[in-house]
Design a protein around this ligand. Structure first.
Ligand SMILES: [Zn+2]
Ligand SMILES: [Zn+2]
Length: 369
């Protein structure tokens, strides 16, 4: 068994500095539980929103929901989600959400992302009660029995999985809710991790032209590397009217077949509806946290006959699809290159600032150095 103490970065209050604390590492695991030594934990934009208090999550909390580690101990024999026996020392990743399988959403509506008893590692499982270590910003992570764990093949880089993070599963889930058709024109609003993932999956589905609206320049350059046909720098083209004109010029004067919101700022939605052609489809991915209401013109839904889709979180099959995507498309979509900033556990506050200022491709925490 590992050493008896593990350090973790704990958020005890919103908008206050996060501090490193010691927690006991469980010495005995219940049947089906798995203890993982964390190798790398991604910092998601959601963590910035959580720290700002935009989602009323329970505190104190160890954040981190994009994590790769190695199995340190298991409570009996445990299989991964694909039915493969896990072994100590194996590299694994796992889904954020824990669902009950019993409620109406799990059973009747087949919508486990809306499970009435849903719990999410690093989001709404506080660390004040045993087993404490339920987020990625820690030296060890406790996985409850029933967690969808995935063994990682040797040739799948840790950086690929953390670099894609929950953005790729979010995009895969979103396009399951709103399927894409080959040859469709598509606008991605936002050049951050979710925008990049939404672009990659759409490119792989044969969409084009694909336009990304966002910034700053280094993020847009990465979007071009991932197959964006055109990028629009919001820093250079500040007026929404100018961006609308540019998109229309690229789409026979009509607007895009599909627009995907990956910004997280409510005002983006109003602009996005304008960017759709009549009969177009609009997918909202970026508003996982509640950043508040915005002014919208519902007349556009009627006049344009818009279809509007939302997608919340992800399910285990999206993680399986994501890992396969990363395994087979690493050359075309080098998500491992997104990992640009590495921080120690005691630098989580700096990492949050860097992410909030859009200074990173992907910031990661290395809790074990
Ligand atoms: Zn996330
Ligand atoms: Zn449920």
């Amino acid at each position: 068994m590992p050493s008896a103490i593990a350090q973790a970065a704990v958020m005890s209050a919103f908008r206050e500095p996060i501090r490193v604390q010691d927690f006991p590492v469980p010495t005995e695991l219940a049947l089906g539980d798995v203890l993982v030594r964390v190798e790398m934990a991604g910092m998601c934009g959601t963590d910035v929103h959580l720290h700002q208090g935009e989602l009323k999550v329970p505190l104190p909390l160890i954040m981190g929901h994009e994590t790769v580690g190695r199995v340190a101990a298991m409570g009996g024999a445990v299989n991964d989600w694909l039915g493969r026996p896990l072994t100590v020392g194996q590299r694994v990743t796992w889904t954020v959400g824990l669902t009950c399988g019993q409620c109406r959403y799990c059973r009747v509506y087949r919508l486990p992302s809306r499970c009435l008893n849903r719990r999410a590692y690093g989001v709404n499982l506080p660390c004040d009660k045993s087993p404490h270590l339920l987020g990625g910003y820690a030296q060890f992570h406790h996985l409850r029995a029933g967690t969808a764990i995935f063994a990682m093949p040797d040739y799948l880089r840790t950086e690929s999985v953390v670099g894609a993070g929950c953005a790729l599963v979010t995009a895969i889930h979103g396009y399951e809710r709103m399927p894409l058709r080959r040859g469709e024109s598509l606008v991605v609003q936002g050049a951050g991790p979710v925008g990049l993932a939404a672009l990659a999956v759409a490119k792989d589905a044969g969409c084009g032209p694909i336009v990304v609206i966002g910034g700053p320049a280094d993020r847009l350059e990465r979007c071009v590397r991932f197959g964006a046909d055109v990028t629009i720098d919001i820093g250079a083209m500040r007026e929404p009217e100018a961006r609308l004109k540019r998109v229309r010029d690229l789409t026979e004067g009509l607007g895009a077949d599909v627009v995907v919101e990956c910004v997280g700022q409510p005002a983006a939605v109003a602009e996005g509806w304008e960017l759709c052609r009549d009969g177009g489809r609009y997918l909202v991915l970026g508003q996982y946290c509640d950043a508040g209401p915005t002014m919208l013109n519902p007349h556009l839904i009627v006049r344009k006959e818009l279809s509007i889709f939302g997608s919340y979180g992800s399910e285990p099959q999206h993680w399986a699809a994501s890992l396969e995507f990363l395994r087979t498309k690493a050359e075309q979509f080098p998500f491992h290159e997104c990992v640009t900033h590495r921080f120690r556990l005691d630098q989580v506050n700096e990492a949050l600032q860097a992410v909030a200022r859009w200074q990173t491709g992907k910031a990661v925490i290395l809790p074990n150095g």
